[in-house]
Design a protein around this ligand. Structure first.
Ligand code: SF4
Length: 339
């Protein structure tokens, strides 16, 4: 599969039908990422600002219906405190992520975003707080938010319905993504690999949807089950297929920022490295205050310590050097072909 080419559906289906590691595909993808992003890996400080969510996605440990979930939300002061720590550690992007928490009003988010930008004008702020109205997205952008992550999870209507209750809509999710683009954000989307009922055709549809959206960031991770959700008995997705898909994404989207995600590392630390040598160029260590970090349990045994921890930044840099890359000190914006 050559970069920039648009393979047919059947060619894509053939590539994603095998879950094995493909050294040739991985090398091709790595060559492409080095052409655009050299050997730099961008580090993002992830701050999980709330474990409350009004939604009930069947796969997620934060779902409103999970009575066993441990809930917390960070105050503005707590968020600014971890930004201070993260800035000191060298992070130049802060990702504010949370469930769809109705307590976080537009004015609260705007206040937090503008405060971070005022204190750290050389930093980018990424939001990942779910579906909101156009006017809210616009207000956050005007307050200084640079990027927005909103994974579509599956682009197939039927499959979407198997993963989400009636109150949620794929159409709405897609509208949000296009609204974010129109407003001017660097937009990220992505999907789960190996989610319950997913077919090879669903994955091809995900890739086609991403081509339509043309996002700046693409995050994919294997489905990892959570013990207190309706999907607790489903098997985890394949980490190797996820790595293979990272390579496919790099070749289809040479300019995108593609993280080696936490769910991959949760299945095994070696998969994070495999993703990095196969086209991924971002990692998002966790800056969430330690006293609440364990409560943000999206899925079983979600990794939040060791190399997943922002405090381990020196170890992360050493790991990157070890496998032939280097941690970038910039805020790590997307390099669009027209830039
Ligand atoms: S996946 Fe997101 S929207 Fe769905 S329940 Fe979890 S936190 Fe809420």
């Amino acid at each position: 599969m050559a970069a920039g080419k648009n393979p047919s559906d059947s060619a894509l289906a053939a590539i994603v039908s095998s879950p094995d590691f493909d050294g040739e595909l991985s090398s091709l993808a790595d060559r492409k990422r080095r052409e655009v992003y050299s050997d730099e890996v961008y580090l993002r400080g992830l701050i999980e600002i709330s474990s409350y969510c009004r939604n009930n996605c069947y796969y997620c440990g934060l779902r409103a219906g999970n009575a066993n979930a441990l809930r917390y939300r960070l105050s503005k002061d707590e968020i600014l405190e971890v930004c201070k720590e993260g800035y000191g550690l060298g992070f130049r992007t802060f990702v504010l992520q949370g469930g769809e928490d109705p307590s976080f009003t537009d004015s609260f988010i705007c206040d937090v975003v503008s405060s971070i930008k005022k204190l750290y004008p050389d930093c980018a702020v990424t939001l990942s707080i779910g579906e909101r109205d156009y006017s809210s997205y616009k207000a956050f952008f005007d307050a200084g938010a640079d990027r927005y992550l909103l994974r579509h999870e599956t682009a197939d209507e039927k499959h979407y319905r198997m993963l989400h209750p009636e109150s949620m809509s794929l159409q709405k999710r897609k509208e949000c993504l296009f609204a974010l683009k129109e407003i001017g954000y660097q937009v990220g989307s992505g999907f789960m690999v190996g989610s319950p009922y997913q077919t090879v055709d669903n994955i091809v549809a995900d890739l086609r949807f991403l081509q339509l959206l043309s996002p700046d960031m693409i995050g994919i991770g294997p489905f990892v089950s959570h013990w207190s959700t309706p999907f607790k008995d489903f098997e985890n997705g394949s980490a190797l297929l996820t790595v293979r898909l990272v390579s496919v994404l790099r070749l289809l989207f040479p300019h995108s920022l593609i993280p080696a995600t936490t769910s991959l590392a949760t299945i095994g630390e070696e998969y994070r490295k495999k993703a990095l040598i196969s086209g991924a160029n971002v990692i998002m260590p966790n800056l969430t205050p330690l006293k609440v970090r364990k409560k943000y349990e999206l899925y079983n045994r979600k990794l939040s310590s060791s190399l997943e921890s922002a405090q381990a930044v020196e170890q992360i840099k050493a790991m990157l050097t070890d496998i032939g890359y280097r941690a970038a000190s910039s805020r790590g914006d997307v390099k669009r072909p027209d830039n």
